[in-house]
Write a protein that binds this ligand. Structure first.
Ligand code: ZN
Length: 282
């Protein structure tokens, strides 16, 4: 699942390509096989590219909005104007041609046109909690929503975009480790001060990682006290090593206890933790 910061980075990358550009054609092969989308957007141009939580909203000048949600596998690719579209037709969710570029979105489970005034009626968009990367982030509201998730395990509440928008599976594990919190304990077991620090650190980390170039990003930077082997996966991502994510069985950077992983919640998301640094509060 893309983290909120990756959707913000995507929006930043797409803005110079899209904003102000006239739309030549729009195809939604999976959701609109009849091809009405192109008539709907004919003559319009792109006014704004807005990340909202993990949703990407491309606002058009005629009052329509192209809404995509990438979930786990979706990705946008930008090619030259008139460039051939690669890949199997079944995997293509959007083909958007504008002056100067061809954009293709692959494997997005949500790709559709909505009227701007109907965005509020879309449950996933309307119910989103405060956006951790928003310019006017409402910390009190985010904290209140987290506190209100009293009975839910902390790791589950953090991933729920209705609590606050932006935390994905990697940050969920990393944040709980950094603050030494048990991700499996109900939210009610934590003090409001602890939860407040968690919200602040989440925003800090996500904002730092919106930096456009990977070398400008600030990943959680462990200071190893023990000799460790970096996981090939983390190294391949260019940001590693992370504290706990994807490090099952490897020694904790703080205490050398092997990192553990458990599947959590109805969606069975992987949660990595150090059983010593994050003592059980269940
Ligand atoms: Zn540890």
């Amino acid at each position: 699942m893309p983290e909120g910061d990756s959707i913000h980075r995507l929006a930043r990358r797409l803005r110079p390509v899209l904003v102000g550009k006239r739309i030549a054609s729009l195809e939604l092969p999976r959701s609109d096989p009849g091809g009405r989308a192109s008539q709907t957007v004919a003559g319009s141009s792109v006014e704004a590219v807005e990340p909202r939580g993990k949703n990407l909203l491309i606002h058009l000048s005629n009052g329509w909005v192209l809404h995509t949600h990438l979930k786990m596998l979706g990705a946008w690719r930008v090619g030259a104007e008139g460039a051939p579209v690669r890949g199997s037709r079944d995997a293509i969710s959007v083909i958007l041609r504008v002056e100067g570029a061809t954009l293709v979105c692959y494997r997005a489970p949500v790709a559709r046109l909505l009227r701007a005034q109907d965005l509020r009626a879309v449950p996933d968009l309307a119910r989103l909690g405060p956006d951790l990367l928003g310019d006017s982030f409402d910390r009190a509201e985010a904290l209140a929503r987290l506190v209100a998730s009293a009975r839910r395990p902390l790791g589950v509440a953090l991933l729920d975009q209705r609590t606050m928008a932006g935390i994905g599976n990697v940050y969920k594990s990393e944040l709980c480790f950094e603050l030494r919190l048990d991700p499996f304990a109900p939210v009610a077991r934590f003090g409001e001060d602890e939860l407040g620090r968690l919200v602040d650190r989440a925003r800090e980390l996500l904002l730092a990682n919106v930096a456009p170039r990977p070398r400008d990003r600030v990943y959680p930077s462990p200071r190893p006290r023990v000799r460790v082997t970096r996981s090939p996966h983390a190294m391949a991502r260019g940001g590693g090593p992370l504290h706990v994510y994807d490090r099952r069985g490897l020694p904790c950077f703080r205490c050398a206890t092997p990192i553990e992983m458990r599947w959590q919640g109805e969606l069975l998301r992987s949660t990595y933790y150090c059983p010593t640094c994050q003592p059980s509060r269940r």
